[in-house]
Design a protein around this ligand. Structure first.
Ligand code: CUA
Length: 181
């Protein structure tokens, strides 16, 4: 405790007590273990997504999404286009104040390249109930390769505070089973 200044002014020249040295070593080794566990968890624990990130402008991302929507919209739901892109296609999802646009409909067991970007400021993509989380930045697109393994309706929650409408920034995604199982 150093409420008053140390009596011995050159305290840094005193030998480090053994017990303190032990703790420094333990903490350092543990830090190293946790560092390499990050790599391990990524590979075997399915803890982190292998996402890619690229620079993109809001205009370009918006145009790409619009092209997909124009080509592959199959129906409308509460004012949102529901888009069913061909299997293997690049699919786009816009985050903006305060919605996820459009509604994607993917097929179970098929792979897609999912592109995500924000047209304004930072949002958080949280896919429920599977708990996939990504930060969605403006001027960058996040790209993940996904293969849905269960069919049904999935919720998208914004988990990055983005202003007055943050709590209403909800979206959904459908996964349909075309094999009918
Ligand atoms: Cu978007 Cu919170």
């Amino acid at each position: 405790m150093s409420v008053s200044p140390p009596k011995n002014k050159i305290w840094w020249n005193e030998p480090v007590p053994k017990s303190e040295l032990m703790w420094v070593i333990i903490a350092f080794v543990w830090g190293l273990i946790m560092f390499f566990m990050m790599v391990y968890w990524h590979a075997y624990g399915e803890q982190n997504l292998s996402n890619e990130a690229y620079r993109i402008t809001a205009e370009d991302f918006s145009a790409k999404t619009q092209t997909m929507v124009d080509k592959y919209t199959v129906r409308e739901e509460s004012g949102y286009p529901v888009v069913h892109p061909p299997v293997g296609e690049d699919v786009y999802l816009i985050a903006r104040l305060w919605q996820w646009w459009p509604i994607l409909e993917l097929e179970k067991g098929k792979s897609y390249r999912l592109h995500l970007s924000s047209l304004d400021w930072m949002h958080g993509f949280s896919l429920q109930p599977v708990n996939i989380n990504l930060q969605i930045h403006p001027d960058y697109e996040m790209v993940i390769t996904i293969t849905p393994t269960t069919s049904g309706e999935f919720g998208i929650v914004c988990n990055e505070y983005c202003g007055i409408g943050h709590h209403q920034m909800l979206g959904r995604m459908y996964v349909v089973d075309n094999e009918g199982t």
